[in-house]
Write a protein that binds this ligand. Sequence first.
Ligand code: EPU
Length: 339
Amino acid sequence: MMIQQNISLMPFNSFGIDVNAKYFASFSSEVELLTILKEKDQTIPESNLLLIGSGSNILFTQDFDGLVIKNEIQGMSIVHEDEEFHYVTAGAGVLWDDFVGFCIENNLGGVENLSLIPGTVGAAPIQNIGAYGVELKDVLHAVKLLDLHERQWIVFNNRDCDFGYRSSIFKKKLKGRFVITSVTCRFQKNHQTNIRYGSIKNSLIAMGVTTPTIKDVSETVNEIRRSKLPNPSEIGNAGSFFKNPVISKTEYQQLLNDYPDIVVYELDGMYKVAAGWLIDKAGWKGYREGDVGCYPKQALVLVNYGNGNGMQLLELSKKIQQSILKKFGILLEAEVNIL
Ligand code: EPU
């Protein structure tokens, strides 16, 4: 039997929330995944399924009354090259930052700005992870999937994934339909580093680096992240709790009148507002209620200082949402999956 019963999910979510899964299983190969699904069909056919990687983008607010399946497929290799690109395939259970490390060691540029993002390779396409001016969609070549309806293996290319800001087809139209088992990224042979994002550029200038290598960029990103974001092994968190909201030019101009220091990024004629700035401006940064709070160094990150639970974090997130709606007329949308 691969499926276990009544397992605590505390070690499997980066918020460190202590809830139980009614059923739990993990797999390290495609064959094991199929075995688990067969076992489920025979013993608990009606059970809900939840696929997880390292649980770094989930907030559990209650016990999970179904089967949690943890993807632990490993392995990374350079599988192919053509005139323009090197192609690297990694198992979905590989930690994303280990994948970044592998690429940097092999002098493959393209994911160095995405250094130190928590989570697994298999989760990366689901929310199109992004940081410091780069998103997974910029390098993703293909995703291998098991279609849970048809029980068939298929491959999606970049366009099939329908990527958007922190979004993809796997989060929307086809939510819950597939298990991602491996991901292939492609790396341009004449890669140019992207240091347009303000804080990277400023750090590199401060270090006196004018033509940075991919390793320099990665180290700079690591430093910036370590200085702002809590390490989940020390303080429970799931990175940015909300998405940065996108508003129209008119809305932006109105806000600019009242708040000349508002932080926005232009995005195809629309304006992406720094949610961290909104939350900070509304006075929440560093706020703590029992064991849950708003991180003192980055207001967009909600944290569990130890014994907080999912409902308390959800309540706090709702209070923040209401306060931002009242003050700025903007509704923040959670980035984290709330279950
Ligand atoms: N800011 C404040 N106060 C705060 C936090 C931020 O005023 O407490 C302002 C600052 O002016 C700063 C600006 O907001 O310049 C943006 O902050 P930051 O550079 O930290 O980025 P972010 O917009 O808060 C996004 C991503 C992060 C990603 C960084 C860097 C989202 C939801 N979050 O955060 O991703 O690392 O940019 O690219 O898009 C994640 O998704 O979990 C995540 C951490």
